[in-house]
Design a protein around this ligand. Structure first.
Ligand code: AMP
Ligand code: MG
Length: 497
């Protein structure tokens, strides 16, 4: 049977339909402007899974127009490009005016399952560029593309990536690199900092307008609530608590948890110097420029709470201080509950026992002592033979301290016995929540070097594919689950992107 495009719901570029409700907010919210053209653009990466979300046919990426459109050189009918303004606390310091300094919102692609913002990142200067050139480099777009799709596959809320378009235009960072534009998709790009901007300017009517917009578009169930704005705060607190618990459980460090990088939808947004923990370290700092360790791994839950205080403060004209206070007090318990549930699942525990928190913490302490590979340890723990009390050799070899390891394993065995855990079923459960494949820095770096040095983009595609099924064994792909090789041990990532 010949199934046409229309039946599949996949359309050509020209057939995409756009709206831009953000562009109907008051002019104080943005500046309308077109992207700055980029010379001789070419396609570097295309993500059919994201295209499907907006109903775009995958073959459309083959057309020359695709690269022209998704670097900002050519506008589709219905695009309404604009740069949004926001503020934010950067490393604890309030910066009264930030904004899309290099990102341009093209509009919302109206799709069957709801609209998606399409945003070009690296599309040229805007009134909010400050000292920046408005560009992104190929390296940073590849890092964002790979990680946002990896996070999605892990089940962690995130912005998505549709495509990367490159150009040979040089861009100066620590070295000269080449320019690229990432097309990012999200239900919303509104940040905590968007509220902070209007609040700091005492434009309370705009705070309310923005809150109404966010509720209308993203939290419509709150419209009828007695206190919709307070409920909005509560909803953002709940989503953020869940998000951060997911980060902690998978060992993800964001690197720059400024309030302008915190999504009102609880999405992981603005991938910069992020990292997945490899050798476990409570105090791991993935951002080379974060000298004080403000955004270290073990700080993330507290920083998110602090950021939520900033959001609540910005929303204050809309409810009483005491109401905000009690909403904020709920965060810690919510976070702990999510985290504990996720960690129990990582250990394959089906029931809840009072001792679980200590069991988890003590395992992590062992990992910390020897900087043991976080993902591989949980993956190998799934093969633990509880009947014989023996750890497998692959697990045992991770631990330098044999006695402490044996001690912990004995406790784990007793705990499993308490719920009459069956090894087979436990392994199946654990393998569904403990990823075998995470985006280790050196894997991203390998894909970047091939792309930048050899114009070979195949590794981006291969890696995206492997990371799209992080919980599957994927025979033949074992190399992607290995810890960093010697050459990559000193890799550093910073804010420069
Ligand atoms: P980030 O740390 O990437 O979230 O960026 C913080 C702020 O700096 C945001 O407002 C960005 O838009 C802006 N920014 C970052 N890089 C550039 C650049 N190359 N050109 C203009 N603005 C930038
Ligand atoms: Mg940002």
């Amino acid at each position: 049977m010949n199934i046409g495009r229309a039946e599949l719901g996949a359309v050509r570029l020209e057939e995409l339909r756009f709206d831009n409700r953000y562009g109907r907010l008051p002019p104080a919210f943005y500046t309308r402007l077109a992207p700055t053209p980029l010379p001789d653009p070419y396609l570097v990466a295309f993500n059919p899974a994201a295209a499907e979300l907006i109903g775009l046919a995958a073959e459309e990426a083959q057309r020359g127009e695709f690269a022209e459109i998704f670097c900002g050189n050519r506008l589709l009918p219905g695009f309404d490009p604009l740069a949004a303004i926001y503020a934010g606390h950067q490393f604890g310091v309030f910066v009264p005016e930030l904004g899309d300094g290099r990102a341009i919102l093209l509009g919302e692609a109206t799709a069957a399952q709801g609209a998606w913002d399409l945003q070009l990142k690296g599309a040229g200067q805007t009134p909010y560029s400050r000292m920046g050139d408005g560009r992104a480099v190929l390296r940073s777009t590849i890092r964002e593309y790979l990680c946002s799709e990896a996070m999605h596959a892990l089940g962690i809320p995130t912005t998505r990536a549709l495509a990367i378009v490159g150009s040979d235009q040089p861009v100066i960072r620590e070295n000269v690199e080449s320019a690229a534009v990432l097309t990012r998709m999200a239900r919303s790009h509104v940040r905590f900092g968007t509220f902070e901007l209007f609040s700091s300017r005492r434009q309370h009517e705009h705070v309310q307008t923005l809150a109404d917009y966010v509720i209308e578009r993203h939290y419509p169930q709150l419209r009828e609530a007695d206190e919709p704005y307070l409920e909005l705060l509560r909803a953002v607190i709940a989503r953020t608590a869940q998000l951060i618990a997911q980060w902690q459980a998978v060992g993800f460090c964001h690197g720059v948890m400024n309030t302008d990088n915190m999504s009102i939808l609880g999405l992981t947004i603005d991938y910069g110097p992020y990292g997945f923990i490899e050798g476990f370290d409570w105090g791991h700092v993935c951002n080379h420029s974060d000298h004080s360790g403000r955004y270290a791994y073990n700080m993330q839950p507290r920083v998110a709470h602090w950021n939520l205080y900033c959001l609540a403060q910005a929303l204050l004209p809309l409810f009483e201080v005491e109401q905000a206070q009690s909403a904020l007090e709920a965060y810690e318990a919510q976070y702990e509950r999510h985290y504990l549930a996720l960690m129990r699942a990582k250990l394959g525990l089906a029931t809840e026992q009072g001792e679980d928190a200590a069991l988890i913490k003590d395992l992590l302490q062992l990992l910390h002592q020897d900087r043991i590979d976080y993902s591989n340890c949980f993956r190998r723990l799934a093969n633990f033979d509880s009947a014989h009390g023996a750890g497998n050799a692959a697990l045992r070899e991770l631990f330098a301290d044999g006695a402490a390891y044996a001690d912990w394993l004995a406790r784990y065995r007793t705990r499993l016995a308490l719920e009459q855990s069956a090894d087979g079923a436990r392994k199946a459960r654990m393998d569904r929540v403990n990823p075998k494949y995470v985006l280790r820095n050196y894997l991203a770096e390998t894909a970047i070097r091939k792309a930048a040095d050899e114009r070979d983009y195949s590794e981006i595609e291969r890696l995206t594919l492997v990371l799209s099924r992080p919980y599957d064994e994927q025979p033949g792909m074992q190399a992607y689950a290995e810890p960093a090789p010697q050459w990559a041990s000193a890799l550093a990532v910073s804010c420069s992107s």
